[in-house]
Ligand binder design. Structure first.
Ligand code: HEM
Ligand SMILES: *[C@@H]1O[C@H](CO)[C@@H](O)[C@H](O)[C@H]1NC(C)=O
Ligand SMILES: *[C@@H]1O[C@H](CO)[C@@H](O)[C@H](O)[C@H]1NC(C)=O
Ligand SMILES: *[C@@H]1O[C@H](CO)[C@@H](O)[C@H](O)[C@H]1NC(C)=O
Ligand SMILES: *[C@@H]1O[C@H](CO)[C@@H](O)[C@H](O)[C@H]1NC(C)=O
Length: 514
């Protein structure tokens, strides 16, 4: 009898302990945000969150208001939905709200890279040096030349055929921008002898095509990889893709090339100096490829898609591009020998295109900002309410829903308005909610300590691609009535969104001016 009682007690203790660990006994304390654990122990709202993030946020916001804590797969996440209060999170000290802990876990899982204490700092310092100021000018020039390299064949075949050429716009944009960015960052095949030049270029174009294909496989698996939701076969595929990239992008292979960007070599050197072993630095190469190359291609797609869909936007952007090119004194002959030069000065004279790019990112960029609550803290909302956040929890902001799509901040938020961000008379456009000025009216790059260090280069990449496409080609949708494809909901939280399906467009060389 007694033995059974002991066993039973032990069992009950185990179950209670398990439930305790799963957070089943957690209660909302005074001054804490509303707590919602859902019905399933441990998992909580995990399924709803992952399957339909937008619906999860909307349901919870309706139920609890603009701040709430939800259990998601073992973690308590406090979500802040009030854009006027974002500043409190962005500016909070790293000692209380830290993004590195969460980022490290993710980076280890998806890239097999184990960050050290210095990694973030190294990314920051070399990005400041090489993706801003004079460094940015060098990188932008390399990107432009690489775009010409990738576009050469398209130009050539358009010249031969003299008529329209048809392609999938998503594939075309992602492929071109990815490959050009890959050359600009990781260099090109070295050609010691003059007559090797053509061969080296051909080899670059072929290998980058293969790399893009593998990158897309990984890209498609990425969201479910980060949620640890892959099937057995998919896990094996991910493992072999990782090995492929660690090898292709290994220090040994990349350092055989010419014209590797200083952004890459500088980070590699600093990592080496801080004692990171070579096999880890190979993995870091893949992490950088992912961070740098996964968003600009899709963003370029959305920009061109919206311009083709909205003729007034296309006309305004094209008028600006033509004027800036003309004022630079260049005369562009289709298929001519001198490729279009787009200088820093030219890129600084494009307010209309800048607004169109910002509008594109408002509609297409949906990152999820996550911070770890390192120490108990009081979050002060804009309206004066104060909430206690518990150490060990996480804090999340999803600006796509809270700011980008808020009809009060951005009227008719689902419509592409190319001039939404265009300042009318030299003053920066302002945005309001409840009569109050909103500082964080879009956040495609994140904010605060974790803000994207490549954002200036990213915008230049997108703009250069648009400059080249609009200067050389007439562009149109094959089916003018076709709607812009919907966003693939699986990717909410992961930067720039991708469309559910591709759309066909066609391009032809603009007639030579006489
Ligand atoms: C449209 C294009 C891009 C978008 C929307 C974008 C957005 C973002 C976002 C949201 C983050 C994370 C912020 C956070 O965790 O709070 C990030 C991080 C990062 N991005 Fe970008 N990005 C883009 C292009 C680029 C490019 C072109 C580069 C480099 C050449 C780059 C390099 C990085 C790096 C290295 C990080 C990690 C930063 C760290 O560890 O501190 N990104 N990006
Ligand atoms: C190689 O890269 C440099 C700098 O990125 C660029 O200027 C040059 O045109 C490229 N050369 C070839 C042959 O691809
Ligand atoms: C690219 O590398 C080659 C070989 O080292 C060099 O001759 C050339 O000047 C470089 N081009 C640029 C734009 O850096
Ligand atoms: C483009 O313009 C810049 C700035 O004027 C100049 O330094 C560069 O040599 C030009 N490049 C080409 C390919 O003409
Ligand atoms: C700029 O335009 C806005 C709105 O049209 C107007 O309210 C503002 O006074 C103007 N500012 C200047 C300096 O003209």
């Amino acid at each position: 009898m007694e033995v059974w009682q002991t066993v039973l007690c032990a069992l009950l203790a185990c179950v209670a302990g398990g439930l305790y660990l799963a957070g089943a006994f957690r209660r909302r304390k005074a001054n804490e945000p509303p707590l919602d654990k859902g019905l399933i122990p441990w998992l909580g709202h995990g399924l709803h969150f992952r399957n339909n993030g937008i619906s999860f946020f909307q349901t919870m916001q309706q139920k609890h208001g603009d701040i709430f804590t939800a259990l998601i797969a073992g973690y308590y996440f406090t979500f802040l939905m009030d854009p006027l209060s974002f500043g409190a999170v962005v500016k909070e000290a790293r000692a209380k709200l830290d993004f590195i802990e969460f980022a490290e876990e993710l980076v280890l899982k998806v890239f097999g890279f184990q960050p050290t204490a210095d990694t973030h700092k190294i990314i920051e310092t070399s990005s400041t040096k090489h993706l801003k100021g004079n460094g940015l000018v060098v990188m932008t020039q390399a990107m432009l030349e690489s775009i010409h390299k990738v576009m050469h064949d398209h130009l050539h075949s358009a010249q031969e055929s003299k008529g329209w050429k048809e392609e999938g716009l998503f594939h075309f944009s992602y492929n071109s921008v990815f490959r050009a960015g890959y050359f600009a960052l990781y260099g090109n095949e070295s050609s010691s002898a003059e007559n090797d030049q053509g061969k080296a270029t051909k080899s670059d174009l072929d290998s980058s095509e293969a790399i893009f294909k593998e990158f897309r496989k990984y890209d498609k698996l990425f969201p479910r990889l980060s949620y640890s939701m892959l099937s057995f076969a998919e896990k094996r595929e991910v493992e072999s893709l990782k090995k492929y990239f660690w090898d292709i992008l290994s220090i040994e292979n990349v350092y055989r090339k010419d014209n590797i960007s200083l952004w890459i070599t500088d980070q590699q050197q600093q990592l080496a100096e801080s004692g990171v072993p070579e096999h880890m630095r190979n993995r870091f190469m893949f992490l950088l490829l992912w961070a740098a190359q996964g968003n600009t291609g899709p963003a370029s797609f959305w920009l061109l898609a919206y311009l083709m869909k909205y003729p007034d936007a296309m006309a305004a952007v094209k008028e600006e591009v033509d004027r800036v090119v003309r004022e630079s004194g260049q005369e562009i002959k289709p298929g001519g020998q001198e490729p279009l030069n787009v200088t820093k000065e030219m890129l600084s004279k494009t307010p209309v295109m800048d607004s169109a790019v910002e509008e594109t990112l408002r509609l297409a960029a949906a990152p999820l900002l996550i911070r770890a609550v390192v120490d108990d803290l009081v979050l002060k909302m804009h309206d004066g309410r104060e909430y206690v956040l518990r150490k060990g929890d996480r804090l999340g902001i999803f600006p796509y829903l809270s700011a980008h799509m808020d009809p009060e901040i951005h009227p008719e938020p689902h419509i592409f308005k190319y001039d939404r961000f265009l300042s009318q008379n030299g003053t920066k456009k302002e945005f309001y909610k409840n009569g109050e000025k909103v500082k964080y009216y879009t956040m495609p790059w994140g904010a605060g300590t974790s803000i994207c260090p490549g954002r200036f280069f990213a915008v230049n990449e997108i703009k250069l691609f648009a400059f080249v496409m609009l200067t050389y080609f007439d562009l149109e949708l094959v089916n003018k009535d076709e709607e812009i494809p919907p966003i693939n909901k699986d990717r909410y939280g992961f930067g720039v969104m991708q469309p559910m399906h591709d759309i066909q467009f066609r391009y032809r060389l603009l007639p030579t001016e006489t």
